[in-house]
Ligand binder design. Structure first.
Ligand code: RAM
Length: 494
C-alpha cells in the first residue's frame, strides 16, 4: 500500500519540537588532573539524559606537537563499562554500543561530539598523546534533549516514599524517550514501535499530556502501512518517514487499542474517523490468521507475535487474547462513529472467538490456560486471555493466583509484559497484589540504582538479554514507564 501523504503531513505537523537544556556534571568531580597515555576519567552527570556532549580541553607542559587520540564511552548504567564490546557475540548490531574514537588536532579547543547519546556516565580514555604534553579536561557539558513539557508534570504524592520514587523514575524514563516521536529507547532502537507507543501514550495521559504527539504518532503509522495494509511493528522517521519491514500480529492490533485510548482521553472525533479504516484493517488482517474453529493458528516463524522477549514462550493463546482485546476497542470505535454494521459484525465474530478461546485453550484439569501443541503454561497466556474477557473477574483472579504457584509456568521478562499483568490484576479487582508487583518489580530496579527503568529486568537473572549480550540492552526504555500510569491513575492521594 502506498504512503498516505495527507496523513503523513498531518503527522509531521503534530510532532513536537525537541528542546535543549544544558546539564553540567554532578558537582564535586575532579577534572583538572593532567592526563597522559593510558589515563582515563569517568564523569557522572548525576542523572540519565539524552543529548550531545561538549568538551573543553586544555594542556600543560610543552605546546601540543601531535593530535590526541581519545575514546569516549557512554553508559546509561555503570554495568556497561564492565563489558567489552569486542567480546560481544550477539545477533543485534554492536554498533549500538555508544563508543567513539576521535582524534583532536588542535588543543586547546572546545568540541561537540558528533552523535546523540543516551547516558548518565561518560568515560574518557586517552589512547595516545605525545609525551611532551598532558591533556586537561577543563569543562564538560551535556546538551540534553527532550520534547516533554516539564511544566505539565504535576508531582505525585503518596505516603509511601518508595512509590513516589518509582513514579519519579518512570516519569524520567518517559521524559528521556520523548523526542521527535515516542522512542522505544534513546540508546536503542531510537524509533517508534507500535507496542511501546501504546504504553507510552497511556503514561503520557497521566503525566506530560503531549496528546498531539500521540496523535502524530498514530497518524504516522496509518500514513505508512505495509504492502497489505498492516500497521508495521515500527517506523523510521529519518532520512525519510518509512515503515520497517517487520510486522507482528499483536503490535498491529494494538494500534486499535491505542486509537481508542486516545479518543477516550481527548474526544478527538476527527482522528477517530480518519483512522478507523486503518484500525478496521488490522482486525480484518488478523482474522486471516484464525482457523475455522475460531482459534488463531500457531506459527513457528520467530517473532510472528511479540508478547514478551522470550524465545521459549508459545504465543498462540496470547495472540488470541490480544485479538479479542483489540476487537473490543474496534467495536467501541465503530459504535462511536456510527458504523453500526461494522460494530455488529465485529461483535458477533468476537463472541465466536471468545467461546472458541475458552474451549481450545482452557485446561479444566489444571484450571489454567495452555498454549500451543505443547500445551504450555505461561503468565502471558493467562494475562491475555483475561484481558480478552475469556473468563470473568472471579475466575481471572483465581487463575492469576494459581499460575504463580506453578513452577513450570513461563515467567515474564520485560516491563512491557508486566504492564499487562498489572492491568489484568486491576481488571480482576486485585489492587493490593498489583501494587505489590509494582513494588517488587519496578522497586527491584530502583533498589539496584536505576534512575530510568530498563528494557528488561528478570529478578532471577540480572544478565538476561534476548540479544546475546547485555552490552546492547537499553537501560532507559519507555515500555517500562507503567508505574507512572498505574500509580497516578489508581493509587493517588489527591
Ligand atoms: C525491541 C525494541 C522495542 C520492542 C521490540 C519488539 O527490540 O527495543 O522496544 O518493541 O523489541
Amino acid at each position: 500500500m502506498k504512503k498516505n501523504l495527507e496523513f503523513l503531513s498531518k503527522a509531521l505537523s503534530l510532532l513536537p519540537e525537541v528542546k535543549e537544556t544544558l546539564v553540567p556534571p554532578k558537582e564535586g568531580q575532579f577534572f583538572s588532573k593532567p592526563l597522559g597515555k593510558g589515563d582515563s576519567v569517568t564523569i557522572d552527570f548525576g542523572k540519565h539524559l539524552v543529548g550531545h556532549l561538549q568538551v573543553k580541553m586544555g594542556y600543560v607542559n610543552s605546546h601540543p606537537d601531535a593530535p590526541v587520540w581519545i575514546r569516549f564511552s557512554f553508559a546509561e548504567n555503570l554495568k556497561e563499562f564492565e563489558e567489552n564490546v569486542e567480546n560481544y557475540q550477539g545477533w543485534i548490531c554492536s554498533a549500538w554500543v555508544q563508543q567513539e574514537q576521535l582524534h583532536f588536532d588542535l588543543i586547546p579547543g572546545e568540541y561537540t561530539l558528533p552523535r546523540r547519546y543516551s547516558f548518565r556516565y561518560v568515560k574518557i580514555d586517552i589512547l595516545d598523546i605525545s609525551s611532551k604534553f598532558n591533556l586537561v579536561i577543563e569543562d564538560v557539558m551535556a546538551i540534553a534533549l527532550s520534547s516533554a513539557d516539564d511544566s505539565k508534570l504535576k508531582s505525585y504524592h503518596n505516603v509511601h516514599k518508595e512509590l513516589e520514587q518509582i513514579d519519579h523514575i518512570a516519569c524520567h524514563t518517559l521524559h528521556d524517550c520523548m523526542q521527535k516521536v515516542f522512542e522505544d529507547g534513546p540508546k536503542r532502537d531510537r524509533r517508534l514501535w507500535m507496542g511501546d507507543l501504546r504504553l507510552q501514550a497511556l503514561a503520557n495521559y497521566e503525566t506530560y499530556q503531549m496528546n498531539d504527539m500521540v496523535k502524530g504518532c498514530l497518524y504516522l503509522f496509518a500514513a505508512l502501512p505495509m504492502q497489505n495494509g498492516q500497521v508495521g511493528a515500527c517506523v523510521f522517521l529519518e532520512p525519510e518517514p518509512e515503515v520497517d519491514d517487520t510486522s507482528m500480529f499483536d503490535y498491529s492490533l494494538l494500534f486499535v487499542a491505542a486509537l481508542w485510548d486516545y479518543y477516550v482521553e481527548t474526544k478527538d472525533r476527527e482522528a477517530l474517523e480518519d483512522l478507523w479504516e486503518t484500525a478496521k484493517m488490522q482486525i480484518v488482517l488478523a482474522q486471516k490468521q484464525v482457523g475455522n474453529d475460531g482459534v488463531v493458528k500457531d506459527c513457528n516463524k520467530l517473532g510472528w507475535c511479540f508478547l514478551d522477549w522470550s524465545l521459549e514462550l508459545n504465543k498462540q493463546a496470547g495472540a488470541q487474547g490480544v485479538l479479542l482485546y483489540a476487537m473490543k476497542s474496534a467495536v467501541a470505535i465503530a459504535k462511536e462513529i456510527g458504523k453500526d454494521h461494522d460494530a455488529e459484525c465485529i461483535m458477533k465474530t468476537y463472541e465466536l472467538y471468545r467461546k472458541a478461546a475458552k474451549m481450545h485453550f482452557y485446561d479444566e484439569e489444571k484450571g489454567l490456560f495452555v498454549s500451543g501443541d505443547c500445551r504450555q503454561i505461561s503468565y502471558a497466556s493467562q494475562v491475555w486471555m483475561i484481558l480478552g474477557d475469556v473468563v470473568d473477574e472471579q475466575s481471572g483472579i483465581r487463575i492469576l493466583h494459581d499460575v504463580a504457584t506453578q513452577t513450570e509456568a513461563i515467567e515474564m521478562i520485560t516491563p512491557y509484559m508486566y504492564h499487562y499483568y498489572i492491568e489484568a490484576l486491576l481488571k480482576c479487582g486485585d489492587k493490593t497484589e498489583a501494587l505489590s508487583v509494582m513494588e517488587k518489580y519496578w522497586g527491584g530496579m530502583a533498589r539496584l540504582g536505576a534512575d530510568t527503568f530498563w528494557e528488561l529486568y528478570n529478578p532471577n537473572n540480572p544478565d538476561e538479554s534476548p540479544y546475546g549480550g547485555t552490552i546492547v540492552n537499553s537501560y532507559c526504555h519507555a515500555w517500562s514507564c507503567a508505574p507512572a500510569y498505574f500509580l497516578r491513575k489508581y493509587y493517588s492521594e489527591k
